[in-house]
Write a protein that binds this ligand. Structure first.
Ligand code: ADP
Ligand code: TRP
Length: 333
């Protein structure tokens, strides 16, 4: 049976935290079993925020290493860098002609960047959704696993595709749909008791996959709680609920119910709960951390995987570009 094509991109943001792991990486690993998955690092996209050259490369490398360490298998999917597929910028150039200024200016992500980096409102930010659309359609993919914040980009992708198909009277590109592989989308809470775990909130509120045991213990012991329940069976404040939620991810169910009971009869000692959580978190992360070190030291393997992934992605992309040039009447002599 021919497997459906899916494309997913990740911005090179460096080391991954527990939220990235449960919210994205685990999904990749499951998807590769079912789909013909194209997974790439969106390094061109990241130029919109002007990273330093050395940081950019280190971040790209780190993401690849961590995805591999977490079980992304290059024998089951195509893992590559956006910048290794020159057909992407070529199709991006073409698709810029089908994207209108008004709609690009209305994108929520663009408006957010205008607010957050007023000193650098470059044209690449404006056309970010065009590049993202091309990432997807270059493989003629119909399914894209993205979170809520990317839904608008997917809608724009469909608009560009429809416009292209209508203008040239073809049904060449499918209209890609967002989909969730797991029906229950997870949101991993931050250690400061406010909102979701995010690297923008700072080192101390994030549990990184590479955190050493001692660092983990410190972060978890410092996590926000309150002075403890005074009434049996009272509702949990958010920060305390967050600790229980983290515990459910990495601890055995007996441990969770033990502390639930202690909470409900008001005898809970958060210090004890945090100690148990820290040790279970260490047990959960240690094999991942060790694998990250192992993969990271194997330059030859990385070069081979990214080389092969790039070749496979280019092969598919070359066919798309050939078809598109023919459809739009670009013909060489
Ligand atoms: P950050 O908020 O740390 O900058 P990113 O925006 O780079 O994280 O997210 C990369 C991927 O990880 C996205 O697919 C996002 O949905 C997922 N993700 C990030 N943080 C969380 C979280 N706390 N819970 C669940 N998924 C998350
Ligand atoms: N814009 C996405 C993000 O910020 C990353 C991305 C770029 C992407 N190109 C893509 C995701 C193509 C899915 C498909 O997370």
């Amino acid at each position: 049976m021919v497997k459906e094509i899916t494309v997913s991109g990740v911005r090179p943001t460096g080391k991954q935290h527990l939220g990235n792991y449960f919210g994205a990486v685990v999904n990749f690993v499951k998807m590769q079993e079912v789909f013909n998955g194209y997974f790439f690092v969106a390094d061109y996209h990241s130029l919109t925020t002007h990273p330093k050259a050395a940081d950019l490369h280190a971040n790209v490398r780190q993401i690849i290493v961590e995805y591999l360490a977490c079980g992304v298998d290059p024998n089951k999917c195509t893992l590559y860098l956006q910048s290794d597929v020159p057909q992407i910028p070529e199709l991006y150039l073409i698709f810029n002609m089908f994207a209108y200024l008004g709609e690009l200016e209305r994108a929520a992500t663009f408006k957010e960047k205008v607010r957050s980096q007023p000193e650098n409102v470059n044209a690449g930010l404006l056309t970010y959704p065009v590049l993202m659309a091309v990432d997807i359609i270059i493989h003629r993919a119909a399914k894209v696993p993205v979170g809520k914040d990317q839904q608008q980009h997917l809608e724009m992708t469909r608009d560009f595709v429809t416009r292209f198909n209508n203008l040239y009277q073809v049904e060449y590109f499918p209209e890609p749909q967002a989909f969730n592989f797991d029906s229950n989308l997870v949101s991993i809470p931050s250690l400061d008791g406010e909102g979701k775990m995010s690297k923008s909130k700072g080192e101390q509120t994030c549990i990184y996959l590479t955190d050493e045991p001692e660092a983990l213990r410190k972060k978890i012991m410092r996590a926000t709680t309150d002075s403890g329940p005074t009434m049996p069976h009272s509702a949990k404040p958010i920060a305390v609920q967050n600790l229980f939620d983290l515990m459910k991810l990495v601890s055995p169910p007996e441990t969770v119910s033990f502390f639930e009971e202690k909470y409900n009869d008001c005898s809970i000692r958060y210090g004890d709960m945090k100690k148990a959580l820290a040790e279970d978190m260490i047990r959960f992360l240690t094999p991942i951390r060790e694998k990250i070190v192992e993969v990271s030291s194997n330059e030859k393997l990385l070069t081979e995987i990214i080389g092969d992934g790039g070749s496979k992605a280019r092969e598919n992309a070359t066919q798309t570009l050939k078809d598109v040039r023919e459809i739009i009447g670009i013909k060489s002599f």
